[in-house]
Design a protein around this ligand. Structure first.
Ligand code: DC
Length: 232
């Protein structure tokens, strides 16, 4: 048996890539929970790097400084056994809503175009691959970070539907939201994520395309688990 087959039998990876609001975070978490596997929220790493850069009031284009933040990031994901988000400790202190804000998401998308930042986070992301398996959520999980993943999914939804979902989420949290502004932000961020020169948001080779515009989360999860069961 060659090494590749060996590794994949022991530590399988399912990658779920797609734009924000496609539902991939929730879907990935549910799949990891159902399979009893580990979960990588790679977007959180970019958001944490952005948060530190914002706190230090750095210009978000300063590649060397921001790559240093990425290399030295002192972060711990406190995973619980439920499907809830992991508790994230940055330098020992919990962060949650701060990294989920629109401001931090936009800043994350800006630092994510910097090749040295992506390079600095690469091994850290690969280290999440542990027994009995990993569900990896992001933009380049199947194309760059885990190119040999057993199952690759590209989860998409229309920008309008994604803006509606975000609007509802913010309203539910009692926060102010403007649908037209959210749609515009989503379109700008999509364009930046899809058109950057390093690891752009594109379906990986061999990825199965899933559109969640008109499908509920449960339906998407069931479809992906069915794809996985065909491989095992
Ligand atoms: O998935 P998210 O919205 O938390 O990601 C925030 C930003 O981080 C996103 O706009 C692009 C970037 N990102 C990335 O470039 N590569 C990843 N694997 C994950 C996120």
């Amino acid at each position: 048996m060659n090494k590749r087959v060996d590794e994949s039998v022991v530590m399988p990876v399912i990658t779920i890539d797609g734009p924000s609001g496609s539902g991939k975070g929730t879907v990935s978490r549910l799949i990891a929970h159902q399979l009893g596997w580990h979960f990588l929220d790679s977007g959180a790493l970019y958001r944490l790097v952005a948060l530190v850069a914002l706190r230090r009031q750095l210009e978000l284009s300063k590649e060397a400084e921001i790559a240093l933040i990425a290399r030295e990031l002192d972060v711990e994901f406190k995973v619980n056994s439920s499907v809830e988000e992991a508790r994230i400790l940055l330098e020992g202190t919990p962060v949650r809503d701060e990294i989920r804000s629109e401001q931090c998401g936009n800043a994350a998308s800006k630092v994510a175009v910097l090749p040295a930042v992506r390079e600095a986070l690469l091994q850290r992301q690969r280290d999440f691959r542990r027994l009995p398996g990993l569900v990896a959520d992001g933009r380049d999980m199947g194309s760059v970070v885990f190119p040999r993943a057993e199952l690759k999914i590209f989860l998409d939804a229309s920008a309008e539907e994604r803006a509606q979902r975000r609007y509802k989420q913010l309203k539910e949290k009692g926060m102010n939201a403007n649908l037209a502004a959210l749609l515009e932000e989503i379109q700008v961020r999509d364009a930046r994520d899809r058109n950057r020169s390093v690891a752009p948001l594109v379906p990986a080779d061999g990825a199965i395309l899933v559109d969640s515009t008109t499908q509920g989360i449960d339906e998407v999860v069931a479809g992906i688990l069915e794809e996985w069961s065909k491989l095992t």
